[in-house]
Design a binder for this molecule. Structure first.
Ligand SMILES: [Zn+2]
Length: 271
């Protein structure tokens, strides 16, 4: 996968989510926007999608790599946490913390901490606590080093060499900023990112998951047809766009307050 070969430079933005295709739905346009601005972006999927009604984990791996190319992501990897059973335990926190130390992201995007799907809201607290752990100098990774390497879609060779070096020697790292992608949950975002120019490409990234989104017999009572999916995704993007005074946007929440230097430069019209 040479087009996705990575350097050893830290990631500017790492999006973490429970399932392959979550990031494409919640913050794919934002990742693409960052990549267009020259930022290095990455995606960590916690599971490999083996519980899906449609398609196999292998198909979803290929589709995830295709989607990553469309979103111009520099790095993408899937951990081996069981699909449908994402648990916030120490072993899983260590697995995510290892990735944080390897990739050294400045910004981490997590799912919002409430939601319908337990994997989604569990991924949120698991991700946050892993970011915290990754900064502890005396963290012991031996519990996960025995369990083998996660599946790597973009940087297999580099991953092998890193393992040889021993992850325990990776220096501690904590992201500067943790933000939450709120699109799966009905909560008011604290900011939105304008993806008007990127909406079509983001939609194509989602449609790269052909096993999930092409019209087919398997699971047709569970899955809406493609035209309906597009209408829903467009309606949601338009709603958040409206909140920001643009056509299409993706919603986020930060726990911290905003810091302002110049009142005349605050975006989004009040009246
Ligand atoms: Zn999901």
């Amino acid at each position: 996968m040479s087009t996705l070969a990575t350097s050893d430079a830290p990631l500017d933005v790492l999006a973490i989510a429970a399932h392959r295709d979550d990031v494409e739905q919640t913050c794919g346009g934002t990742l693409l926007k960052m990549a267009q601005r020259g930022r290095r972006t990455g995606i960590l999927d916690l599971t490999q999608g083996e519980m899906g009604t449609r398609g196999t984990a292998e198909e979803r791996a290929r589709e995830a790599a295709d989607a990553a190319k469309i979103l111009r992501v520099s790095w993408r990897q899937a951990l081996d946490i069981p699909d449908g059973r994402v648990e916030n335990n120490f072993e899983n926190r260590l697995k995510v913390a290892r990735v944080i130390r390897e990739q050294r992201p400045r910004v981490v995007i997590l799912p919002y901490w409430e939601g319908r799907h337990p994997d989604h809201y569990t991924a949120s607290t698991l991700g946050y606590e892993a970011c915290f752990l990754a900064g502890l100098a005396k963290l012991d990774f031996s519990a996960v080093e025995a369990s083998g390497l996660p599946e790597d879609l973009t940087a297999g060779r580099r991953q092998d060499s890193r393992q040889d070096a021993g992850t325990t020697r990776l220096p501690p790292h904590r992201p500067f900023k943790v933000i939450y992608a709120t699109l799966y949950y009905d909560v008011r975002p604290t900011f939105v990112v304008d993806i008007t120019e990127l909406f079509e490409t983001r939609f194509q990234a989602l449609m790269a998951y052909k096993s999930q989104f092409s019209d087919q017999e398997a699971g047709k009572d569970l899955f809406p047809v493609q035209a309906e999916i597009r209408a829903r995704i467009e309606a949601i993007a338009r709603f958040y766009g409206l909140l920001g005074g643009v056509t299409y946007a993706e919603p986020f929440l930060q726990k911290e307050v905003g810091l302002v230097e110049d009142l005349t430069l605050i975006p989004v019209k009040s009246i």
